[in-house]
Design a binder for this molecule. Structure first.
Ligand code: NAD
Ligand code: LMR
Length: 332
């Protein structure tokens, strides 16, 4: 019999989740495993999930196991292997009479969600659970959740895969390559306008980006700001924050964690710093990661950063430290 895996998804009635949830049970993301889903929403909309469950049942997914929905996060958390924490308010909307412009404006609105969810994950999730925070501001929400969970065996991540996929697409276009030829695409720092997408260490058709792209002006004035501001550009263009690309990036992160990383490659996500690359310990920082054969996830430690890269990365680290300061009332 195939092994089964339990996945909790919050914000399950939202726009990202609508694109994300079917892919969790399509037989690609978790391969042969039977996937049990525990879908979570706030009480006001939880009943809508009945419709989503009907659609899932109607979709013929041989790898779909038991599907439940609830507004009780603790109940959903029991023995879960994976938590995809999407549930939160996006920017671009008017909240309490004020338009939410920056992801950091969401700190006071969304931060509190992650205290209660973190505590439940620490208590009821599997000891080796993996947690991917998608809801913004993702890094600091993950920081709050990890602190509340207080369980160092569990792996807390914040999503930067979308930024990495965006950066791959731009580098591929610039160099006339297919996106699959761009590897080792690292996003350093925060999922925010300070993130540093590292074109120098990207491998483009197996060559270092620093050798392939000899145009610092393009990197500084086009490539970096376009990746940093892509979320806002999508909001401006579609009137809602990115959803299908965000869902795809969440799936890519799960797949990257579930399968050993090819040598020479890495994947992007933010995890708690252990001091690697001189980042203060504890903050949830975008790093190059690798998945090992035993299923563990490690920071890839042999990347060399130019002085230019270090100065950009520092801006993002400083921002993460100031976000940590802003949420200290939520920490244990
Ligand atoms: P959405 O408004 O369509 O859906 C969010 C859902 O979360 C809603 O249905 C809401 O009821 C639910 N929710 C709110 N609080 C909850 C709670 N405590 N428990 C469970 N569910 C809860 O928004 P969306 O477009 O799906 O985006 C969700 C989040 O993802 C936003 O914060 C957005 O900014 C973020 N996002 C992050 C990235 C990234 O790269 N990290 C990319 C895109 C979007
Ligand atoms: C994105 O990068 O698309 C998301 O973080 C949504 C946003 O607010 O930009």
């Amino acid at each position: 019999m195939s092994k089964s895996i339990k996945v909790v998804v919050t914000g399950a009635a939202g726009q990202i989740a609508y694109s994300l949830i079917p892919r969790l049970v399509d037989g690609n993301t978790f391969g042969d495993k039977i996937v049990d889903l525990a879908l979570v929403e706030i009480p006001q909309v939880v009943d809508k999930l009945k419709g989503l469950v009907m659609e899932l049942e109607d979709s013929y997914f041989p790898k779909m196991g038991k599907v439940t929905y609830t507004d009780n996060f603790e109940e959903a958390s029991k023995d879960a292997d994976w938590f995809l924490l999407v549930g939160s308010i996006p920017r671009g909307i008017v909240y309490n009479g004020k338009k939410i412009e920056e992801r950091s404006d969401l700190l006071s609105i969304n931060g509190g969600i992650f205290v209660q969810q973190g505590e439940a994950i620490g208590k009821y999730g599997k000891d080796d659970a993996k947690i991917l925070v998608v809801g913004n501001p993702a890094n600091t929400n993950a920081f709050i959740g990890k602190d509340a969970a207080n369980n160092d065996n569990q792996l807390w991540m914040a999503m930067t895969m979308l930024d990495s996929n965006r950066a791959k697409s731009i580098l591929a276009k610039k160099t006339n390559n297919n996106v699959s030829n761009v590897k080792n695409m690292i996003i350093w720092g925060n999922h925010s306008p300070t993130m540093y997408p590292d074109s120098e260490n990207a491998l483009i058709a197996e060559k270092l980006g620093s050798e392939v792209i000899n145009d610092m002006n393009w990197i500084e004035s086009e490539f970096i700001p376009t990746v940093q501001q892509r979320g806002k550009a999508v909001i401006d263009a579609r009137g809602a924050s990115s959803a299908t690309s965000a869902a795809k990036a969440a799936i890519d992160t799960v797949i990257a964690c579930e399968n050993p990383t090819d040598s020479g490659d890495c994947f992007s996500a933010a995890i708690a710093s252990d001091g690697a690359y001189d980042v203060p310990e504890g903050i949830i920082c975008g790093y190059p990661l690798i998945a090992l054969d035993d299923g563990s996830i490690e920071i890839k430690r042999d990347i060399s950063l130019s002085e230019f890269a270090k100065s950009k990365f520092k801006i993002s680290i400083d921002e993460l430290l100031s976000e940590r300061e802003a949420v200290k009332h939520l920490l244990k």
